[in-house]
Design a protein around this ligand. Structure first.
Ligand code: BG6
Length: 478
């Protein structure tokens, strides 16, 4: 083990992220303004840990002033959240803006400006309006692509003067993978064709919003990107069958968005395999041209854990509809380092490996770590008896190690522009709710959701002020 110090370059983002639905709560929400998450919570509430969900969340809606002051106290340069599409309109088809909700966004953006924190906004972090699911089957429909572009147009018209970094989606692959591919979330419909249709329509919607952003000239003082969650995928062994499993896992879950959004094209191998397995989705040459001509300016990448796979050990049941798992099985590395609360392996070098991949395979497009973090169950057990403060040294170590690999990759020419922690405060996770705590700031559910800085908040502040990361590393990690 040895001590290492590495400089944080000027302009490097040191921020934290969250989303609208995971923080704001339902205050002020009008009837007819449910999102996909609200529907899931209302229809299948018993799976949400201790019954907590989006209804109250962290009550950011009322407490944003306090929270922005805590952003400042934690040394954040940037804060990313989303606008809640389902709450932004009172009529999604006519694009009638909910003035009360828009005024709330204006106020927290103004407050951030006052405190010198730069906002980064996503247009969707799973907040697809329930109305569009019920009427159009959500992203199955091209009408929803059109309505998303209308939404983007209205949002840019209002807030482009206050926000310069925009993103279409956060983790666009997630909802349809859990709901239509794995069928493990409400409404439990296994439908691989629908999964691919939703993927395609989100790719297309991004390209159309990019086109709009540039056509209206917002690119003269801003950028438009997307937040993706490609999982750094490692094969169990160097044997060809395991490497092929990793290659195909990457193709179905990572390149399905990385390639069209950055390079402007779906991998031909993906299209061929979907065809081979009778997975059909509706796309046209004209749509592919829109995708080709409107790739994103930058990508935010959410990185939490490595994904390890091996070749399948058993044959596929012919009666089972095609699922990419036809080609792989998950693999658990013996002796792996774990965050047992979340069940995720810890392997900080994923950051470096992703950085090098973006450099060599994706033209070194500007990117940043848009989420990385550690959710810990029963975090109260780490509270210091005298001060009452949570001593989250494990989080400090986790952040330091991941940030180290980002800075090291940058020294080797990677175009990584920053690090954002998930999350700024503890907040509501899909289904796990407040079970695993992620924040620099504790939310005390037993005491009126009062906020308290954790040890990591002070550490983040000193990191940000000093511009130097110091940590202890295993010699083989340097
Ligand atoms: C990301 C999402 O996948 O991971 C967040 O963008 C989410 O919305 C975060 O909360 C942490 O994962 P989880 O499942 O523990 O909430």
């Amino acid at each position: 083990m040895s001590k290492v110090s590495i400089a944080i370059p000027d302009g490097f983002i040191l921020g934290a992220a969250a989303s609208a639905w995971q923080t704001e709560g339902w205050s002020g929400k009008k009837s007819g303004q449910d999102s996909y998450l609200d529907l899931w919570y209302k229809n299948h509430r018993h799976v949400w840990h201790n019954g907590y969900g989006p209804a109250k969340a962290t009550d950011f809606y009322h407490r944003y002033k306090e929270d922005v002051a805590l952003m400042k106290a934690s040394g954040l340069t940037h804060y990313r959240t989303s606008i809640n599409w389902s709450r932004f309109f009172t009529d999604y088809e006519l694009g009638r803006v909910d003035e009360e909700y828009a005024a709330y966004i204006d106020s927290y953006l103004d407050e951030m400006k006052r405190q010198g924190i730069e906002p980064m906004l996503c247009l969707e972090h799973y907040e697809l309006p329930a109305y569009l699911i019920e009427k159009y089957d959500g992203w199955s429909s091209k009408k929803v692509v059109e309505l998303f572009v209308l939404y983007a147009e209205k949002v840019f018209a209002r807030f482009a003067g206050k926000v310069s970094r925009w993103f279409t989606f956060n983790e666009p692959v997630v909802v349809q993978t859990r709901v239509y591919l794995d069928a493990i979330r409400w409404p439990f419909e296994q439908n691989t064709g629908k999964w691919m249709q939703w993927n395609h329509h989100k790719v297309l919607a991004t390209a159309k919003v990019v086109e709009l952003f540039r056509r209206r000239g917002y690119d003269s003082h801003g950028s438009i990107g997307v937040i993706l969650n490609p999982e750094v995928t490692y094969a169990r062994s160097s044997a060809p069958h395991d490497r092929q499993a990793a290659h195909l896992y990457d193709l179905f879950y990572n390149r399905v968005f990385l390639d069209p959004m950055i390079k402007g094209e779906y991998p031909q191998e993906l299209l061929d395999l979907l065809q081979k397995h009778d997975v059909h989705f509706d796309y046209s040459e004209q749509e592919l041209a829109v995708i080709r001509n409107n790739t994103v300016d930058e990508v935010g990448i959410n990185l939490y854990y490595p994904h390890r796979v091996k070749a399948p050990s058993r044959g596929w049941n012919k009666e089972t509809p095609f699922h990419p798992a036809f080609y792989y099985e998950h693999f658990e590395l013996p002796g792996r380092r774990m965050n047992t609360s979340r069940g995720w392996e810890i392997y900080p070098k994923i950051v470096y490996d992703m950085a090098m991949r973006i450099k060599t395979e994706y033209g070194n497009i500007p990117w940043f770590i848009a989420e990385n973090g550690m959710g810990i169950e029963n975090e109260g057990r780490f509270r210091d008896a005298a001060s009452g403060e949570i001593q989250d040294d494990y989080r400090i170590e986790f952040v330091a190690e991941h940030l180290y690999w980002a800075l090291k990759a940058r020294e080797e020419g990677a175009n990584c522009g920053g690090y954002m922690l998930w999350a700024f405060t503890d907040n509501v996770s899909p289904m796990n709710a407040f079970k695993n705590r992620y924040g620099l700031i504790e939310i005390d559910l037993d005491d009126n959701r009062n906020r308290h800085q954790k040890k990591s908040s002070h550490w983040f502040k000193s990191l940000s002020e000093s511009g130097v990361l110091s940590l202890t590393l295993d010699d083989e990690d340097k």
